[in-house]
Design a protein. Structure first.
Length: 197
């Protein structure tokens, strides 16, 4: 999907529906001319300081696509649910192309990522009654920068060890994913936009 602000919901819906093909976004003064032939306000274009240019397209690593459920988007990060119901295991991926390390984000994006991580961890701890929250970024297998935010219980199958590779994943059913989304809907603020579906 193209990097697009949540304020552009009609465009985001068209993009998800495949009506706008992925590619580069060309922009001037904070407005972008897209493949659909319309101009859309996209905050990322302002980063070009009024210059005509191309913005990189955000692409989620294929391994993350295959192993997760898409939940939605914070202002910076895409929120995914790991397809392992052994643990409420969420993953935040900043929608910035070519970033593998936290320090590669500019200062504003670093602050935004920590703010989104902290807000999510706080919500999950309360919502799921966690004994402990595990928050980490590793990237040894998937190099695209992503932050794991995992709800842990003293009674979970891997406690007190790490969750990675300890037990076979138990995939979620679509109904279970809907239940998780419904729980999150009652707690996440208006800056979070749920994906359709």
């Amino acid at each position: 999907m193209l990097l697009i602000d949540r304020a552009e919901r009609p465009f985001a819906r068209a993009c998800r529906a495949g009506e706008v093909k992925p590619g580069t976004i060309k922009g001037i003064l904070g407005f972008c001319h897209l493949a659909c032939g319309e101009s859309h306000r996209v905050p990322g274009c302002a980063e070009m300081n009024g210059q005509t240019g191309e913005l990189p397209v955000f692409a989620l690593d294929t391994r993350l696509q295959e192993d997760t459920w898409l939940i939605g988007d914070f202002p910076l990060c895409r929120l995914l649910l790991s397809n392992d119901s052994n643990y409420p295991w969420f993953i935040l991926v900043p929608r910035r192309e070519g970033i593998t390390e936290l320090f590669q984000l500019d200062d504003a994006d670093q602050q935004r990522m920590w703010a989104e991580t902290t807000a999510l961890a706080r919500v999950l701890k309360a919502l799921f009654g966690a004994d402990k929250m595990n928050v980490a970024t590793l990237g040894n297998v998937v190099s695209q920068l992503h932050m794991h935010v995992i709800v842990r219980y003293q009674a979970d199958v891997a406690w007190p060890g790490p969750v990675w590779g300890k037990h076979p994943a138990r995939p979620y059913t679509p109904a279970q994913v809907r239940a998780v989304r419904d729980r999150l809907a009652s707690e996440l603020d208006a800056s979070f936009i749920f994906s359709e579906g």
